[in-house]
Design a protein around this ligand. Structure first.
Ligand code: MN
Length: 439
């Protein structure tokens, strides 16, 4: 068995929740992701997705439907506080995962009591899964960095620091939005190619970015560097993440300090955090392209090099107002994979983020950066798919897109599958574009 794989990953395991056993369900019993939900204006609660249901962990605690001895894990969850639960670390959440797996498995004695703690997902509002403290957006997608670098700087697309430093900028947590909440086209300064002065306008180059969200579960003290050997344990789990971008604003403002208003108006996060424990069967090596230097020692350990990457298949779906009016379904405009796209692992991100002494806290969020695959049709942004706006993509119903128009809706999806493991998914990360507000 590979590291971290136990009976909870057994592909033969079935649940007494029938929808969890349906082929194609994102949330079979082998997944058990955490999220925050509420019913009709009631306080937020923490739940676990199982099939098309949510297991309400507060009700489960009150009903004494889970084995004794889980009080330390269940108390913060029953209080609706995922952050406090994440801080407890793998030593507390692994036994909870095993208990949930046993209680939700077909034939469990807990079925009668737990069945009363299920709420259909269709009836609940899903929010951000936790309180997000600080947000850092990385740039680990090497194919994206190369393709975008070529558009902005044809002569030297990949900057010389890229193979050495996990590049990132600090973003804003205040504009991270739950899936389903519409985003508003932002205003910003943009300058036409031949113009002398910029103008304040709504962006004409609104884009999505296909990213993964990395939810930090463990804190480190100010001044303490987390060594690469332990860095993976600081990560609670992964979500889908759409880092909306205004490309015309970005092109004008990004030098010398990086993105600002082009990125700080909205990012959309999927509601369910798939834990690193659930992802154990889908770890693999991250390979560096030939000729690239080996990372500095603080960014390298054997275990991370051998299994630091996550094999997550990613998809981007676009639906326009006209497509919906014509009864056409959403159209898949790109497919990629986290492991194929990333140049650095999440452990390397944590090790680098803390090596200067920065304190991370439970609930901090990393964006991976845009996860474009190696081929042009695997690009994780319209900037790349349309080659900087020069070659619009074709959509069903006869429309074209270089960048997003009002009414467009982007949905990200992610799933993990391989022979010998149960397929697990991430649900959806979706949001529609609303017209710019008056200024
Ligand atoms: Mn980004």
């Amino acid at each position: 068995m590979s590291a971290g794989i136990d009976a909870t990953h057994d592909p033969a395991l079935r649940s007494w929740v029938p929808s969890a056993n349906e082929a194609g369900s994102d949330f079979p019993i082998q997944n058990l992701p955490f999220g925050r939900f509420r019913l009709g204006g009631q306080p937020w609660r923490i739940g676990v997705a199982i099939g098309d249901q949510v297991l309400d962990l507060r009700l489960a605690l009150e009903a004494r439907a889970l084995p004794d001895g889980l009080g330390q894990a269940l108390a913060p969850l029953a209080a609706g506080n995922l952050n406090a639960f994440m801080e407890l670390g793998p030593a507390v959440r692994t036994p909870l995962r095993r208990a949930l797996s046993g209680a939700l498995a077909a034939g469990s004695e807990a079925q009668a009591r737990l069945a009363a703690c299920l709420v259909p997902q269709a009836q609940v509002e899903l929010g951000l899964p936790c309180t997000i403290g600080d947000y850092t957006d990385f740039y680990v997608g090497i194919h994206h960095a190369t393709a975008v670098g070529r558009l902005f700087r044809p002569d030297h697309p990949l900057l010389p620091n890229y193979p050495w430093v996990p590049i990132a900028y600090h973003g804003r947590a205040s504009t991270i939005l739950p899936s389903g909440q519409a985003i508003v086209r932002p205003w910003g300064q943009r300058r036409a190619p031949e113009a002398e002065a910029p103008e304040l306008r709504p962006t004409a180059r609104l884009d999505f970015e296909l990213e993964m969200g990395i939810v930090i579960g463990g804190a480190n003290a100010l001044g303490e560097a987390v060594p690469i050997e332990r860095a993976g344990q600081q990560v609670f789990g992964l979500t889908l993440f759409n880092d909306w971008s205004a490309r015309d604003v970005q092109a004008w403002e990004y030098q010398p300090l990086g993105p600002f208003l082009s990125k700080n108006f909205a990012s959309t996060m999927s509601p369910w955090v798939v834990t690193v424990e659930a992802l154990a069967p889908f770890r693999r090596a991250l390979s560096r392209p030939a000729g690239h230097p080996q990372p500095l020692p603080y960014l390298h350990c054997e275990a991370d090099a051998a299994g630091g990457a996550f094999d997550v298949q990613l998809e981007v779906w676009l639906s326009t107002e006209r497509m919906r009016a014509q009864g056409l379904g959403a159209h898949c405009i790109s497919r990629s994979n986290f492991a194929d796209a990333a140049y650095w692992t999440v452990a390397q991100m944590v090790a680098h983020h803390t090596v200067g002494g920065c304190a991370l806290r439970a609930g901090d969020l990393f964006g991976s950066g845009t996860l474009s695959g190696p081929r042009p049709e695997q690009a994780g942004s319209l900037l790349e798919l349309s080659q900087g706006g020069k070659r619009p993509i074709e959509l069903p119903g006869g429309e074209q897109r270089s960048f997003l128009q009002d009414g467009d809706e982007i949905t990200l999806r992610g799933l993990c599958e391989r022979p010998g493991a149960a397929r697990i998914g991430f649900g959806a990360c979706t949001a529609r574009v609303l017209p710019a507000a008056p200024r």
